[in-house]
Design a protein around this ligand. Structure first.
Ligand code: NAP
Length: 312
C-alpha cells in the first residue's frame, strides 16, 4: 500500500550534499526525510581512494565514506528512504515528490541535491578500465599518476584545467581533442601551449582503451580527417568532456543556467522558488568536490531552518 510521508525538510539525493543537509536538519529537530535516488551515495560510490576529504589521515574508500555519512545522518535522527523520485511538484507548499514505489513525499521545504554525472565516451573498454587507469576526475585521481604518462580527452575549460593540474604530478600529459581548435578560453589555451609537459593531438577520437590484467596501457585513436588508426602508450586517461547535472525533474520549474545547472541566489542555496534549495553538484559548475557539496548541504539545511522559522 502506498503511503504519504510528511516532513519539514524533504531532501532528494544521497551524495555528500544530501547527507550533510540531513545531518544539519536532523540536529535542528526538523525531522528530515532523505530520498536516496537510484545511485545511492552519488559519485563517490564509483571512486576508490579518497584522500582530499578532511578528517582522515589515510585515504578512505569512497563507498565507505558515503556509508559513514548515511549512518551519521541516521544516528542524529534523519529518516533515509530508498526510493527514486519520478515527479516533483513545487507549484505550492507543501512541496510534493512522487516516488517510483508509489509513495508520496511532502515537504514544507525542499532541498534538491541530485548531483551531476560525468559524461563518458560510452565505449565498452572505458567500463573495463574504469578505476584501473580510466578516470573522470583529475582532482580526485591525478595524484595516483605521479611520474606517469597520461592522456586527457576533451577541449573545453575542464580538460585544459585538469591537464594543467595533472602536470603537477605526471611526467607528460597528452590532450586528445576531436577538432583542430580548443573550446577552452584563450587565456587557458595559452597556458597549455606554454607548458612543456603538455602536447595536444588534434582531430582524434578514442576508438578503444587498450590494456591487460594490470589495467590500461594505451589508447587506440582515429583521425577524424583521414580515418587513420594509431595507438599510443599511456598509463592513464582522464575523460573531461563535460558533466550533466541531474535536473530533469525540475528544469521546467526552477531556473537553470545555460549548462543546465540549478541557479541559486549569490552566497545562498535558495532557488527562484521560496522554500526550495539546491545543494551540491546539481547547482555547482565550478568546484564539484565532495567537500564543497557537503558545505552546500549544510547551508541548505540552515537556510531551510531559517525559512521555516520566518513562516511561523
Ligand atoms: P565543455 O565546455 O562542454 O567542453 C567539453 C569538451 O569535450 C569539448 O571540447 C567537446 O568537444 C569535447 N567533447 C564532448 N563530447 C565529446 C566526445 N563524445 N568525444 C570527444 N570529445 C567530446 O565542458 P567543460 O570543459 O566541462 O566545461 C563546462 C562548463 O564549465 C563550461 O562553460 C566551462 O567554461 C565551465 N568551466 C569553467 C572553468 C573555469 O572558468 N575555470 C573550469 C571548468 C569548466 P567540442 O569542442 O568539439 O565540442
Amino acid at each position: 500500500m502506498t503511503e504519504t510521508h510528511k516532513t519539514k525538510v524533504l531532501i532528494i539525493g544521497s551524495g555528500p550534499a544530501g547527507y550533510t543537509a540531513a545531518i544539519y536538519a536532523a540536529r535542528a529537530n526538523l525531522e528530515p526525510i532523505l530520498v536516496t535516488g537510484m545511485d545511492q551515495g552519488g559519485q563517490l560510490m564509483i571512486t576508490t581512494d579518497v584522500e582530499n576529504y578532511p578528517g582522515f589521515a589515510k585515504p578512505v574508500q569512497g563507498p565507505w565514506l558515503m556509508e559513514q555519512m548515511r549512518l551519521q545522518a541516521e544516528h542524529v535522527g534523519a529518516r533515509i528512504i530508498n526510493d527514486y523520485v519520478i515527479d516533483i511538484d513545487v507549484s505550492e507548499r507543501p512541496f510534493k515528490a512522487k516516488g517510483d514505489s508509489g509513495d508520496v513525499y511532502s515537504g514544507e521545504t525542499l532541498i534538491i541535491s541530485t548531483g551531476a554525472k560525468a559524461r563518458w565516451l560510452g565505449i565498452p573498454s572505458e567500463e573495463t578500465y574504469k578505476g584501473r587507469g580510466v578516470s573522470a576526475c583529475a582532482t580526485c585521481d591525478g595524484f595516483f599518476f605521479r611520474d606517469k604518462d597520461v592522456a586527457i580527452i576533451g577541449g573545453g575549460n575542464s580538460a585544459v584545467e585538469e591537464a594543467l593540474f595533472l602536470t603537477n604530478f605526471c611526467n607528460s600529459v597528452t590532450m586528445i581533442h576531436r577538432r583542430d581548435e580548443l573550446r577552452a578560453e584563450k587565456i587557458m589555451q595559452k597556458r597549455i601551449f606554454e607548458n612543456g609537459k603538455i602536447n595536444v593531438l588534434w582531430n582524434k577520437t578514442v576508438e578503444e582503451i587498450l590494456g591487460d590484467n594490470s589495467g590500461m596501457t594505451g589508447l587506440k585513436l582515429k583521425d577524424t580527417q583521414s580515418g587513420e588508426i594509431s595507438t599510443i602508450d599511456k598509463d592513464g586517461v582522464f575523460v573531461a568532456i563535460g558533466h550533466k547535472p541531474e535536473t530533469d525533474l525540475v528544469k521546467d520549474v526552477l531556473d537553470i543556467d545555460k549548462e543546465g545547472y540549478l541557479v541559486t541566489a549569490p552566497d545562498s542555496t535558495a532557488t527562484n522558488i521560496p522554500g526550495v534549495f539546491a545543494a551540491g553538484d546539481v547547482a555547482d559548475n565550478k568546484y564539484r568536490q565532495a567537500v564543497t557539496a557537503a558545505a552546500m548541504g549544510c547551508m541548505a539545511a540552515l537556510e531551510a531552518d531559517r525559512f521555516l522559522s520566518i513562516q511561523k
